[in-house]
Write a protein that binds this ligand. Structure first.
Ligand code: PXP
Length: 236
């Protein structure tokens, strides 16, 4: 069974638009769990544009599945993850100006820094993942840095403008998946996955978990959040 991790960033983004209390990402995380989500994902960005520190602490206390914290590799974030005792950390690149996480992490280019963050996280019992482009060099580097898992960035596949481009991008995901499995890494994927493009990605051999946020929130405007999660769960 491929697991569904529901990303609640976009719920927090709606709340931050008015700087109020609603909608509450913790409330929707609990609802997602009741509708079959196997885990909850939140990205605590350095600019705190959506998820806030207190959201992560509240998620930690309330959810019953597992909490996957997406974060940049900074000393402060590593300390926060260890102190909050999240289950999983997914290391992601972060740029202030970007609308969303644009690419995978350049693991090959910053191996020492990443290895040191992973060592610290692992000492706190945190399961570590790295968000990477479907690029064999980065997957080999993620393995060398000691990560338990890679999350393949599916954004380029999702944004493909033609079926040829999509096929090409999907092939990269297949090869990257095989490389990760051969190295003994757990295989996750996410970014830009929706109800139309998720099927083939869910079928990649050895796929463990898909982390999905935006399309579920969009779909919930039409069918309600509970149905949106259930439909995605059924599809994957
Ligand atoms: N996985 C990672 C590492 C991400 O950065 C994001 C976006 O926050 C997602 C999954 C979810 O992407 P989307 O919101 O497009 O489903």
């Amino acid at each position: 069974m491929v697991k569904l991790g529901v990303n609640v960033d976009h719920i927090a983004a709606a709340r931050q638009a008015r700087l109020g209390f609603l909608p509450d990402p913790v409330y929707f995380a609990l609802l997602a769990e009741r509708c079959g989500a196997n885990g909850i994902t939140a990205h605590l960005r350095e600019d705190r544009r959506h998820i806030q520190d207190e959201d992560v602490r509240r998620l930690r206390k309330k959810i019953k599945t597992k909490l996957n914290l997406e974060m940049a590799i900074t000393r402060a974030m590593v300390q926060f993850a260890c102190a909050t005792k999240v289950d999983d950390v997914c290391l992601v690149p972060e740029k202030r100006q970007e609308l969303t996480t644009e690419g995978g992490l350049d693991v090959a280019g910053q191996r020492v820094k990443i290895k040191s963050a992973i060592d610290t996280l692992k000492k706190s019992g945190i399961y570590t993942s790295i968000f990477v482009a479907p690029d064999l060099k980065q997957i080999v580097a993620a393995h060398a840095a000691g990560a338990d898992c890679v999350e393949l960035h599916t954004g380029t596949y999702a944004d493909a403008k033609s079926s040829e481009e999509r096929k090409r991008e999907f092939k990269k995901l297949l090869l990257a998946g095989r490389c990760a499995r051969d190295l003994g890494l757990i295989l996750n994927a996410g970014h830009g996955l929706d109800y139309k493009n998720v099927g083939p990605v869910a079928k990649i051999a050895g796929m463990n978990e898909l982390n999905i946020g935006y399309s579920i929130v969009l779909r919930s405007l039409e069918v309600g959040f509970e149905n949106a999660v259930k439909e995605m769960k059924k599809l994957i």
